[in-house]
Design a protein around this ligand. Structure first.
Ligand code: GLY
Length: 388
């Protein structure tokens, strides 16, 4: 008789927590996932762009390497997810267009091109005639463009639905509660409820902390590891009636503002996203105005589309924009949070890493090494006796 798999509790049911839970259960672990509203946090508001090349940023070479490692896993991950759930994540391979409107916007697009060259990342420059051929609905003033064919995209909400179904079929038990790690004898031995319901406890071998921006404030976590997370609010819209308008995702720089447009198989168009150093999830007039102004300048037809929904959620930002991943000094805890703007993209590599660490105690995913969950020291405490 084979020995039973380890018992694991995953705290947090966004795409990261769900994918870790599904992956662990598929490999024989006995998994509970605790979240009062799985899939309703940042994953609900994501654009779904899997765009390591387009999101490349100066001085973030380690993050780019991790993003490329995850991007390479996505086609297989999407196929497995569909097979396991009968829900297609709607993976698209047509690529991303970077478009600038005025001269300053054009300079920004060319700076992106320089960066891509520096990292030997593939892209094509498009003439205005070529741009009109591939995206005729864009405003005639949109002259400056790059095409990044390797960038992919998925429908974030289909990914969430697929993961919920795949996790359930693999035997993951969903617990609609907030939980916090139980520490005994210097190790994490389970999870106890920390909300208002009837007290509940689950004993386990490992807790995976994947609660997005809330991870650092889960009771007791600050004593185990320093997670310097900060909320970065994003507002995002869905408009209906856009079938046939765009065949690519479009990342626009519009008179200095940034906007992305993502077509959906449902005929909807996603318009995102604000980036605000705020800790609330209100949809605001200013947020909508900012997005719609840039979107209608880039794609005038947006003005004729119907509003389907507008949501705001909090990205889990970190000081270096990189995720917080892996084991901590206290045995029995694995951290998977801080994915900031890249949660959807980094889901497959994070699930593989966490599965390796929980089941084998080590992982050979070298690209994750710079993103150790323990890389930030605890905040220094000022003691009066330290004063001169
Ligand atoms: N990754 C897109 C966003 O965070 O808005």
């Amino acid at each position: 008789m084979s020995s039973p798999g380890p018992r694991v509790v995953v705290l947090g049911g966004g795409v990261i927590g769900l994918a870790c839970a599904w992956s662990l259960a598929s490999r024989g672990a006995d998994v509970e996932l605790w979240d009062p509203a799985p899939g309703q946090g940042a994953s609900h508001a994501a654009g779904g762009m899997l765009a390591p090349v387009s999101e490349a940023t100066y001085e973030e070479e380690d993050l780019l390497a991790l993003a490329l490692a995850s991007h390479a896993r996505w086609p297989d991950f999407a196929a497995r997810l569909e097979a396991a759930s009968d829900i297609s994540p709607d993976l698209h391979t047509e690529g991303a267009l970077h478009v600038g409107m005025d001269l300053d916007d054009a300079r920004e697009v060319w700076r992106t091109a320089d960066l891509l060259e520096r990292y030997s990342l593939p892209y094509q420059r498009l003439s205005s005639r070529e741009l009109r051929r591939v995206a005729p609905a864009l405003a005639p003033g949109a002259r400056t463009a790059l095409l990044v064919e390797s960038d992919l995209w998925v429908d974030n909400r289909f990914v969430v639905q697929g993961l919920l179904a795949a996790a359930a079929r693999a035997g993951v038990e969903l617990v609609a509660r907030r939980g916090a790690p139980i520490v005994e004898g210097g190790r994490v031995v389970g999870v106890a409820s920390c909300d208002h319901g009837t007290p509940r406890e689950s004993r386990c071998d490992t807790v995976v902390l994947a609660a997005g921006v809330d991870s650092g404030s889960v009771p007791g976590v600050a004593e185990l590891v320093t997670l310097p997370l900060r909320p970065v609010k994003g507002q995002i819209l869905r408009m209906g009636g856009a079938r046939g308008l765009l065949d690519h995702t479009v990342r626009g720089t519009v008179h200095g503002d940034h906007v992305y447009l993502i077509p959906r198989v449902t005929g909807e168009l996603v318009i995102g996203a604000t980036s605000e150093e705020l800790d609330d999830t209100h949809v605001t007039g200013r947020g909508l105005l900012e997005l719609l102004r840039a979107a209608t300048t880039l794609l005038p037809e947006v003005g004729e589309l119907t509003l389907v929904d507008a949501v705001a959620r909090l990205r889990p930002g970190t000081p270096d924009n990189g995720p917080l991943l892996g084991l901590v000094g206290t045995p029995g805890l694995v951290v998977a949070t801080g994915h900031f703007r890249h949660g959807m993209l980094l889901t497959p590599v994070t699930a593989d890493l966490v599965t390796d660490l929980v089941l084998d105690g080590v992982s050979d995913i070298a690209e994750a090494t710079p993103f150790a969950a323990t890389r930030y020291p605890p905040p220094s405490r000022h003691h009066p006796e330290d004063s001169p």
